[in-house]
Design a protein around this ligand. Sequence first.
Ligand SMILES: *[C@@H]1O[C@H](CO)[C@@H](O)[C@H](O)[C@H]1NC(C)=O
Ligand SMILES: *[C@@H]1O[C@H](CO)[C@@H](O)[C@H](O)[C@H]1NC(C)=O
Length: 319
Amino acid sequence: MRFTSTMLASAAILGSANAALKGFNYGAFFLNDAAKQQADFEYEFNAAKQLAGTSAAFTSARLYTMIQHGTTNTVIEAIQAAINTKTQLLLGMWASAGSDNFNNEITALKAAISQYGTSFTDLVVGISVGSEDLYRITPTGIANQAGAGAQPSELINYVAQTRAAIQGTGLAGKPIGHVDTWTAYVNGSNAGVISALDFLGVDAYPYWETTTANSIGNANASFYDAYQQTVAAAQGKAVWVTETGWPVTGPTENQAVANADNAKIYWQDVSCSLMKNNVNLFYYTLQDAQYGTPVPSFGIKPAGDLLAVDALFDLTCPN
Ligand SMILES: *[C@@H]1O[C@H](CO)[C@@H](O)[C@H](O)[C@H]1NC(C)=O
Ligand SMILES: *[C@@H]1O[C@H](CO)[C@@H](O)[C@H](O)[C@H]1NC(C)=O
């Protein structure tokens, strides 16, 4: 195999060619609706890499949108921050705000390619078209007031638009996926979406499984049940874990108690086993929104302290 400079650069970032991705999820705005700026993304990306106790650095970031919060279609400042910090990107295209908004996502995606060239495209490990859009249109999503979603036919259309947009660009050949809950993937009405994808991103939270036994003692089994059901529905495509986590504070949900001790158990059982088995993992999350504490809060480090890179619990994996 002939090595190109791009391949060498990627290998250096990954550590080894086969290493699974390890990252966190990064929203586009704070709890007070203020947009995250480049410096805010850089701070978080650097903090993720410096976390004490992680055996391998968390050098990947999952985004939810290509659009800078509060603008129509300006490229999100996370892109420049990722370039500056050499952070790999699972890009997100928001797919639950109608086709005009999706066109703006495509505009921002194309703008990023032409503005930043290979310094951007070399960092991209995948593109997710949508996030939990199918969950939000289910009876459960509606009952939970989860907000607007998207129909399977819309998502299939958006995936095709995204494939067309990256054709002949530096992003050509990057895998295109979708992120949703395991319940969306096992629903046969969504099989056409799965067929259109290169990979499935699954979000699974035993904490929220309030209709089944969901104590921390059952969390590992609950997570792996969701993961295996997704794998079974995946038509042979790769399954990435795009969100999972256990809250450090918040209300008790059925048998699930939110505290740092339980988050540590969840990390050691679920996160560590996924990393050991080379499954791509984007944990939810590094730090919860600044300017207020979400309820519940899933952040493994306190938000906003520019010096704190210590997690609220020990991130060391058992042997
Ligand atoms: C199954 O998927 C379809 C299409 O996404 C959706 O309309 C329906 O509500 C889902 N059913 C359940 C039980 O979630
Ligand atoms: C978690 O579940 C997986 C899959 O069943 C299993 O292989 C693993 O041993 C479990 N881990 C713990 C700590 O129970």
